[in-house]
Design a protein around this ligand. Structure first.
Ligand code: SF4
Ligand code: SF4
Ligand code: SF4
Length: 301
């Protein structure tokens, strides 16, 4: 008998559901053992009782919250799919601001808006903070990645169908990166670089050598392995979408720590957007929004 599966979409770009479709013909193997009884893909709205419920996207408004609670009630096992679901993802960057500030910026102050007004009415209300799914309901398994690898989705589902436990990764991305990075792993007296640059600021990048060793910011040391270093293989530095390693809950603090070993402390001062670099995908699960709340209460935020 096939295992029943429901999928649901919360706040995000829908890329995680597209990653599921990116299984292409491998989906034929999957549907031999699972039946997708509810999904935005087949446009079924009700959530029946199922063995596995998969949610992608973060929880940013009242509709997202209600759907997540329904999934928790109806699904025996809940899987958070993708970085938005696991850590809040890019939509979580709005946690640096109050809801009113975000709405004003988007609907009144944006450069392309004339006579704008904030929409009201039947729309779901934005929650004060964007949250990862596990911050609202219990989550049994997580598949990170923005988007997650299709092979990872298939592997997790097959593992669950067979009654086994999916295994998580523990090491950082540099362990699966094939670029030469001797300087990064050998303790040195001198710093490796004087400053870090955006990829586009350098004329030439050596495709075989570590980005950080060339002075290009790469989130590899602060990011958990598991994606096959797919961006780095394509000569693009890692941006950290898989999230931190299990022993480093604060991904931004981890990259600052890693950078402190490769460049002089003053070099960090030239990074314009440290939060945007270090917490691009994981701000809702970091302590920064809580610190901002405290500062606001004191009138400093
Ligand atoms: S994790 Fe990435 S791909 Fe998935 S919904 Fe969020 S932004 Fe889109
Ligand atoms: S910092 Fe980036 S390029 Fe360097 S070894 Fe780590 S993942 Fe590879
Ligand atoms: S290399 Fe980095 S940004 Fe690219 S998929 Fe892997 S974790 Fe995400």
């Amino acid at each position: 008998m096939k295992v029943s599966v429901a999928t649901g979409h919360l706040q995000g770009c829908f890329g995680c559901h597209v990653a599921l479709l990116d299984l292409h013909e491998e989906m034929l193997d999957l549907i031999k053992v699972i039946e997708i009884v509810r999904s935005p893909l087949n446009d079924v709205k009700d959530v029946p009782e199922v063995q596995i419920g998969i949610l992608d996207g973060c929880i940013a408004n009242t509709d997202n919250e209600a759907l997540a609670l329904t999934f928790r009630k109806r699904a025996k096992t809940v899987v958070a799919l993708g970085t938005c679901a696991c850590m809040g993802g890019i939509p979580g960057m709005r946690n640096l601001y109050k809801v009113e500030e975000v709405l004003k910026r988007a609907y009144i102050e944006s450069e392309s808006t004339i006579n704008g007004k904030i929409p009201r009415g039947d729309l779901p209300d934005l929650l004060p903070r964007v949250q990862a799914v596990h911050q609202v309901i219990d989550v049994d398994y997580k598949i990170p990645g923005c988007p997650p690898l299709p092979s990872q989705i298939k592997e997790t589902l097959v593992t669950l169908v067979e009654g086994r436990e999916p295994e998580g990764h523990k090491k950082n991305l540099c362990h699966e990166c094939r670029r030469e990075h001797e300087q990064l792993v050998i303790p040195r007296r001198e710093f490796i670089t004087e400053s870090v640059h955006a990829f586009v600021e350098l004329e030439r990048i050596d495709e075989n050598r570590c980005f950080l060793e060339q002075g290009v910011l790469c989130m590899g040391p602060a990011t958990v392995e598991g994606c096959g270093a797919r961006c780095v293989k394509a000569n693009t530095p890692c941006r950290g979408c898989m999230g931190p390693t299990p022993d480093a809950l604060e991904q931004g603090a981890k990259i600052i720590n890693a950078l402190a070993t490769v460049l002089p402390a003053g070099g960090l001062m030239f990074m314009e957007d440290v939060v945007g670099v270090g917490y691009r995908y994981s701000l809702p699960v970091s302590i920064i929004p809580a610190i901002k709340d405290v500062l606001r209460e004191k009138g400093d935020g």
